[in-house]
Design a protein around this ligand. Sequence first.
Ligand SMILES: Nc1ncnc2c1[nH]c(=O)n2[C@H]1C[C@H](O)[C@@H](COP(=O)(O)OP(=O)(O)OP(=O)(O)O)O1
Length: 171
Amino acid sequence: MEDCSVDWSVWQGEMPATLMFIVRDGEVLLIEKLRGIGMGKINGPGGKIDPGETPLECVIRECQEELHITPIKPVKMGELWFAMSDIPDIHCHVFTATEFEGTPTATEEAVPIWTKIEDIPWDKMWEDDAHWLPQMLEGQKFLGRFLFEGERMQWRDVQLEDAGVSGWLIS
Ligand SMILES: Nc1ncnc2c1[nH]c(=O)n2[C@H]1C[C@H](O)[C@@H](COP(=O)(O)OP(=O)(O)OP(=O)(O)O)O1
């Protein structure tokens, strides 16, 4: 992997966003994204944070809009910092939950897919996911930083909180 051209000490993602991974009985609720960034990929529900909205408010709203469900007691597990080449840099807050209200329902934005954790379709997902999602699903909090050229990951660094990194990252 090449050296990183980004100075992360001054980096600020212009586009704040969220992701949610609901886990239940050894399965995780993924979606096929029907529009927006990453259209056609498998991901968790989520999306861009609206002005004035907190990450928690956003991730609940996005689950309601995309799947007609409301996650209960979401827990923030980490952050993803994406330095992008062709769109604004993305600062993504990642949550998990084990309970939710409602029935996951396909919408114009997303198709819900309950997936056994051992069957997560990495080849249909963003390239970075394989470097932090398994650890997060085991309960580890994290900061992942990635450099993308288009949809190809050029550089990555994932730090786990239990490896002694950063109480500051989780809010
Ligand atoms: N590289 C990578 N890995 C994992 N997840 C993501 C990325 N890049 C990303 O953008 N994402 C996630 C972050 C967000 O959850 C979505 C992108 O937001 P988007 O769906 O475009 O936002 P919405 O507000 O729902 O969009 P529209 O309503 O405008 O369609 O992908």
